[in-house]
Ligand binder design. Structure first.
Ligand SMILES: Cc1ncc(COP(=O)(O)O)c(C=O)c1O
Length: 404
């Protein structure tokens, strides 16, 4: 298809719910994408954190093709070896208190399942979530998402949600744990700006859950699966969740979400109360099992930690040296750079210089690269970011000079 026609059809026929950046992706491999003109981009967006093993990972592609040839769909009322294999791989890497899982088709759906399990298990309907949170855009998950721009047009969603300040243990004082079915927390906030909580906040949230019967849900959809330098990001804070929601990279590019839960909760849902036609399908299961095998065998969280430290050191240097950059933060390969200019100015310039990334809010660049990147990719990313900010700075200076 002609590139102009691709844009024409999508612009005419898709709801306009995504911010678009004009790159028409033709193919992808490792940490790189190519557009239809053959131009290469370093991909630090990775499908919003999905391509944890890089694009086109052979083991995952082979597992998908093999399974597709064998059997692509097997309803949850029948048994599937692919599903059983995935579950074995998953429970090998989950914390020991996790006992059963609901298999869904997206992150938001995993969150929906977690909401329903918490309601059923506690008989309560109030929820606690954090300011700055993001849990997805289906109606239940959206109720727990902080951004007013996402929530407000759809009020009333879940009627009783109490938002607490993220990361601040004191903010938990006013939270109604005794009445709450669950508290939903990201172990590191993504959409909210790559915010790291204090360990004290997480430990205190857990303590209050234990004394009140409120369910502790860790939303690991973005931060989990090795991204932050641990298999699960909540390991950094030393807490033990009752439910873990997983998504993004788990399906190796095939849509998939999972809500894993402890044995205390796994009996809460009764027959028929939570099902989905595609949930636990063999194709996603085969892909998921391959992802987990590669992740575990390669101990990719260790690479994420090493490359993340190198990348963060570089971002710190950019923040210290470039007038248009303000500060940086992150954990492993979940990182951010705050700017003094809008991301709507910085991102297209970055893309123009051959690097794709994403953003949180108006002035924060967010980086979610594949976990397989090496020093060369880290250094090229830093050099593109630095060079791009330098160019914007020079253009601004020369525009001011022209005006003077
Ligand atoms: C922490 C978190 N929870 C939930 C979601 C929703 O996942 P999905 O977009 O697959 O529905 C996301 C997506 O970005 C996320 O980052």
């Amino acid at each position: 298809m002609d590139p102009g026609h691709v844009v024409e059809v999508e612009d005419a026929r898709l709801l306009k719910t995504f911010q678009r950046f004009g790159v028409i992706v033709d193919r992808a491999e490792g940490a790189y994408l190519w557009d239809m003109s053959g131009r290469r981009y370093l991909d630090f967006m990775a499908g919003y954190g999905v391509a944890i093993l890089g694009h086109g990972r052979r083991e995952v592609a082979d597992a998908i093709v093999d399974q597709l040839r064998r059997n692509a769909i097997c309803h949850g009322s029948l048994y599937s070896p692919a599903r059983a294999e995935f579950l074995e791989e998953l429970f090998d890497v989950l914390p020991g208190n996790m006992s059963a899982a609901y298999m869904a088709n997206s992150g938001a759906e995993a969150v929906e399942a977690a909401i329903k399990v918490a309601v059923k298990a506690t008989g309560r309907s109030l929820f606690i979530a954090a300011k700055g949170s993001y849990h997805g855009k289906t109606l239940g998950a959206l109720s727990l998402t902080w951004g007013e721009k996402y929530r407000k047009p759809f009020m009333q969603l879940l009627p009783k949600v109490h938002f607490v300040g993220y990361g601040d243990a004191k903010a938990l004082d006013d939270a109604p744990f005794e009445e709450a079915a669950a508290i939903f927390l990201e172990p590191v906030q993504g959409e909210g700006g790559v915010n790291l909580p204090s360990a004290e906040f997480m430990v205190e949230a857990e303590r209050r859950c234990r004394s009140s019967g409120c369910v502790l849900v860790m939303d690991e959809i973005q931060a989990g699966l090795g991204r932050t330098g641990r298999m699960w990001a909540h390991e950094h804070w030393g807490v033990k969740p009752d439910i873990i929601t997983i998504g993004k990279g788990i399906g190796g590019g095939i849509p998939m979400g999972v809500a894993a839960m402890s044995s205390e909760l796994s009996g809460a849902m009764k027959l028929g109360e939570q099902t989905s036609t595609f949930g636990g399908n063999p194709l996603a299961s085969a892909a998921g099992a391959a992802v987990l095998r590669v992740l575990r065998e390669g101990r990719l969280w260790e690479n994420a930690e090493r490359m993340g430290s190198r990348f963060l050191r570089g971002l710190d240097g950019i923040a210290a040296g470039r007038r248009l950059a303000e500060s940086s933060r992150g954990l492993g390969l979940m990182d951010a750079l705050d700017l003094r200019i809008s991301v709507s100015e910085a991102l297209p310039a970055l893309i123009g210089n051959g690097m794709i990334s994403t953003y949180s809010g108006l002035r924060t660049l967010r980086f979610l690269p594949p976990l397989i990147i090496g020093e060369d990719e880290v250094d090229s990313a830093l050099s593109i970011i630095d060079g791009t900010l330098m160019e914007i700075e020079q253009t601004k200076r020369s525009n001011m000079g022209e005006r003077d």
